[in-house]
Design a protein around this ligand. Sequence first.
Ligand code: 13P
Length: 253
Amino acid sequence: MIAGNWKMNHGAADAADFFKKLKGEVSTTPKNVEVLVCAPFTSLAASVDAAKGIKTIHVGAQNMHFEASGAYTGEVSAEMLKETGCSHVLVGHSERRQYFAETDETVNLKTKKALTEGIVPVVCVGELLEERKADKHFDVVTTQVEAAFKDVSAKDAATIVIAYEPVWAIGTGEVATPEQAQEMHAHIRSVLGKLYDTGVADTIRILYGGSMKPSNAPELLGQKDVDGGLIGGASLKADSFNELIQAAEKASS
Ligand code: 13P
């Protein structure tokens, strides 16, 4: 899976323009790669509309509330997301954890709510630089994964997508080495194997995120446990996003 996270970029008009360009770029529909674009709330409906005609493209949101409705000023529910036609939602992105007080507990509530509503959660985990320096990265990510999957059935768990995004690699140009990514992805899979079983652990897709771009994607996507990418900066332009889709298609064949 190649997933773009536009963050706070691309309003509705820009979104429509992006998909128009992407349709022009993608000469052959990817066979083995699922493509996801996570757009800002106000661009979701326009994105769903503009993405029609590209079979394997999904549109997702970047956040949601875990309640169905109520006095939560400024928030958007899973039910509202469904109405826009989007199918996925990012949960627990490090920027939400850092700037908007997202906790392991709210990540779990949102994950369960998305599953109940039939929206695929893309659960984001990853350690801070100081945690890696202190050699705590495996423990930090273990805790995040265990918390996110708390009280989630094996059947539901198998549908979840995980994104491992080391915070020190996000928007910094500093990318995890393929070995660092592979090591953490294998670790996450072993945590999932213990929570469920190896069948479920092998089914769950684990994406890498953090300064992924066309030049470093082939090596990262070539790792055994790297099932795709969650891309910020390089997902904003249709041409570089398409290059990433093509790199994933190549890696999967
Ligand atoms: P960059 O690709 O810009 O480093 O962002 C990664 C990210 O946060 C995707 O969710």
